[in-house]
Ligand binder design. Structure first.
Ligand code: 13P
Length: 248
């Protein structure tokens, strides 16, 4: 069985004062019934560890493909692990857009993360124009095949489907649309990695997940959890999503 995962992506939000939200989340959900993960800015990971307790794991939001070296401003997978992270989000559409990250670059980062012992949450998703042109599954197939290294397993890889048009907009795909993409991703992973690995990789949905719509999204086939932006910043909101996932 795949362990359900509620993952929060704080993006470029949060200073030390916001660690109280992680503490509150951990306190409210000591035995959450699913895996709970917060990916704060890298500056907070080390301090977050002290308040997150055993029920909330921590992750980074990006890492470099190299282990160390002359890469000013970048952070390596080993550094994230050293700070207390067990996961790293890679290839988020905001990084693909803001930093020109291609799927090939994302794959190299994912390989480095896995080698360091981190679990990679690889993000993929179509733009509104691509959906309207009925190219969604082609885009997903291409991003999936290029962004994931051959070293992927059910333990070290999580895939997040995040339609770009649903991120931060309050818009969500229909449950049929989510199900179509998730079933397709499962089929593609089984074809490439074999049934054992393909079936064990967790698939998250991301894009305007809130406490109010989480339960219906978690009822969709092959949705093993969520990658949550805005609603992960407050313990009360994210806690509602954690509860909905645990009960799904
Ligand atoms: P929102 O939940 O704010 O739409 O963000 C989704 C996201 O990008 C998570 O990585």
């Amino acid at each position: 069985m795949r362990r359900k995962l509620a993952a929060g992506n704080w993006k470029m939000n949060g200073t030390r004062a916001d660690l109280a939200e992680i503490a509150a989340l951990a306190e409210a959900h000591p035995e959450p019934g699913c895996e709970v993960l917060i990916c704060p800015p890298a500056t907070l990971i080390d301090r977050a560890r002290a308040v997150a307790g055993p029920s909330v794991a921590l992750g980074g939001q990006d890492c470099h493909a190299a282990g160390s070296g002359a890469h000013t401003g970048d952070i390596s997978a080993v550094m994230l692990l050293d700070a207390g992270a067990h996961y790293v989000i890679l290839g988020h559409s905001e990084r693909r857009e803001d930093h020109g990250e291609s799927s090939d670059m994302v794959r190299d980062k994912a390989r480095a993360a896995m080698e360091a012992g981190l679990r990679a949450i690889v993000c993929i998703g179509e733009s509104l124009a691509q959906r309207e042109a009925q190219n969604t599954l082609d885009i997903i197939a291409g991003q999936l095949s290029h962004s994931i290294p051959d070293s992927a397993t059910g333990e070290n890889l999580v895939v997040a489907y995040e339609p770009i048009w649903a991120i931060g907009t309050g818009l969500t795909p229909t449950t049929d649309q989510i199900g179509e993409v998730h079933d397709f991703m499962r089929m593609k992973l089984e074809t490439r990695f074999g049934e054992g690995v393909g079936r064990s990789v967790r698939l998250l949905y991301g894009g305007s997940v809130k406490p109010g719509n989480a339960a219906e999204i978690f009822a969709v086939s092959n949705v093993d959890g969520a990658l949550v932006g805005g609603a992960s910043l407050k313990a009360a909101d994210f806690g509602g999503i954690v509860t909905a996932l645990a009960q799904s």
